[in-house]
Design a protein around this ligand. Structure first.
Ligand code: SF4
Length: 281
């Protein structure tokens, strides 16, 4: 879905995260933002979407947070980079949204996924909302770029059943080129999750010319296999569905000429992960 949603038409529930949402927090003051971040009593959400089958096991309710410190060249939701592009939502309201879906999610062997943006940009809100979901016995997943994991304590991680981890690259320089961010904290969090035996699903975006060389994929596969807690790997073919957002936001989009990978390239990438004993799809 490639469309702009105007603030007056906004609902928390979106048809898809591909709705472009900008400047929807209105004139919220900086002090209110700081209070929200410090306490987690309020969060900033792009939207909720229901019925996802690709963001964890079963059918998922997904809350898309706003705010991300990475600047991935292939990000398909750059409107989530800026936290105040999101709708201010109290913890109570977000919890009530979860409550509405809790029985259905259990019946469909699904759960709740907190995604973004980077959810841990709002770590107090994320921790409290995931704790509420856990109390309702809803399966919980955190979809994270992995760089802010030290903001969660081990007991907060206990409220998360599954971590969806983007792995962009295993090389320091290439990671920086792809994301504008350092790889160190990402690797440290991966090791911590491994030590805690927290289940992980790895997500690897296959971008022709950027992430598709077999040497790099094999290295990521070895790294993931050595962690010992990776249950599956999803190879996600690059697509151009987010391009319109870059254009609307007047951001410098450098992947205009990149085509999605061929089916064979996706198969080959999966085989490289499987060669290390991982379940790859
Ligand atoms: S980590 Fe995710 S939300 Fe952030 S820039 Fe990268 S792809 Fe976009």
């Amino acid at each position: 879905m490639t469309e702009t949603t105007h603030p007056q038409e906004l609902t928390l529930l979106a048809r898809s995260p591909f709705e472009l949402r900008v400047h929807v927090s209105g004139d919220i003051g900086e002090l209110d933002v700081r209070h929200a971040l410090a306490t987690g009593e309020m969060g900033f959400l792009h939207s909720f979407t229901s019925g996802s089958t690709v963001d964890g096991p079963g059918v998922r309710l997904v809350a898309w947070t706003s705010g991300c410190q990475f600047r991935c060249l292939y990000c398909h939701n750059p409107d989530t980079w800026n936290m105040t592009n999101g709708i201010p939502v109290t913890l109570w309201r977000a919890t009530e949204e979860l409550r509405k879906y809790r029985h259905g999610l259990r019946v469909m062997s699904g759960g709740f996924t907190l995604s973004g943006g980077e959810p841990l940009m709002q770590d107090r809100f994320a921790a409290r909302l995931l704790a509420e979901a856990h109390k309702m016995r809803i399966h919980t997943a955190l979809d994270t770029n992995g760089s802010l994991g030290d903001r969660l304590s081990d007991s907060e991680l206990n409220n998360i059943d599954l971590v969806l981890r983007d792995i962009k690259s295993c090389y320091k320089d290439r990671h920086y080129k792809l994301t504008g961010a350092q790889i160190g904290p990402v690797l440290l969090f991966a090791q911590r999750l491994s030590n805690l035996k927290k289940p992980i699903w790895v997500r690897f975006v296959l971008v022709p010319g950027y992430t598709d060389d077999s040497e790099q994929i094999s290295r990521i596969a070895k790294f993931a296999a050595n962690l010992g807690n990776v249950q599956r790997v999803d190879v996600l073919p690059f697509h151009q569905m987010g391009r319109f957002k870059w254009k609307e936001l007047k951001l410098d989009y450098t992947l205009d000429d990149i085509q999605p990978p061929t089916k064979q390239a996706v198969v080959t990438a999966c085989e490289l992960f499987r060669a290390e004993g991982l379940n790859a799809y």
